[in-house]
Design a protein around this ligand. Sequence first.
Ligand code: 5GP
Length: 114
Amino acid sequence: MSDTIFGKIAAGEITADIVYEDADVVAFRDLNPQAPVHILVIPRQPLPSLEQVDDQDAPLLGKLLVAAAKVARQEGIAKAGYRTVINCNAAGGQTVLHLHLHVLGGRPLQWPPG
Ligand code: 5GP
C-alpha cells in the first residue's frame, strides 16, 4: 500500500467517510468539499498519478469510472448532472500522489473550471 494519506485510507489505517468500496476501488467524502457532494474515488493499488498509467491499467481505470457513476447515482446527483475530475501532478493541481477521481455535484458547475 502507498505511504500517502489515501493509501492509508484504502488500507483502513486512517478513517474516512467511505461511501462505496469493492475489491479494487474505495470512494470517500473529501475533507474539504468544493460542492455539496464531493467524493474521491481511488484505486486500492497505489498508482501515483495518470503520469504512470499505461495499457495494463485500462481495466482499473474503467473500474474507477464505473465506481464514480455508481456513487453519483447513490448520492442522487446523476440525473441533474455532475463532474468528474482527475488532476495530474503539480500543474494539474494534484496534491496527493495516489491517483484519485473527484466526483463533484449538487450545485451548478462552471466551465471552464479556471
Ligand atoms: P488533488 O488536489 O490531489 O486532486 O485532491 C486532493 C483532495 O484530497 C483535496 O480535495 C483534499 O481536500 C482531499 N484531502 C486531502 N487530505 C484528505 C484526507 O485526509 N481525507 C479526505 N477525506 N480528503 C483529503
